[in-house]
Design a protein around this ligand. Structure first.
Ligand code: ZN
Ligand code: ZN
Length: 77
């Protein structure tokens, strides 16, 4: 019996699907950071971390600018 079976990666969307999901989220949020309202340097943030139960669904994603996104990852209260 071989025990060096690679662990299966979590199911992830392919790049094209993820990109279209991103566009949906950006559109839903009106192309504005949902924290400060800026319309530049937008990124999509997972509300639940992927390592927990967060998954790639529109409900779990939010539009944040690069600055607020960095803060969201730093400020874990
Ligand atoms: Zn912001
Ligand atoms: Zn994030």
């Amino acid at each position: 019996m071989s025990s060096n079976r690679p662990t299966l990666p979590r199911v992830r969307l392919d790049a094209a699907s993820y990109e279209s999901l991103r566009q949906q989220v950006l559109h839903r949020d009106g192309w504005r950071c949902q924290s400060c309202g800026t319309m530049s340097n937008l990124e999509v943030h997972h509300k639940e971390f992927r390592s927990r139960l967060g998954d790639d669904s529109e409900a779990n994603l939010i539009t944040l600018c690069a600055v607020c996104h960095a803060k969201a990852h730093r400020a874990r209260s």
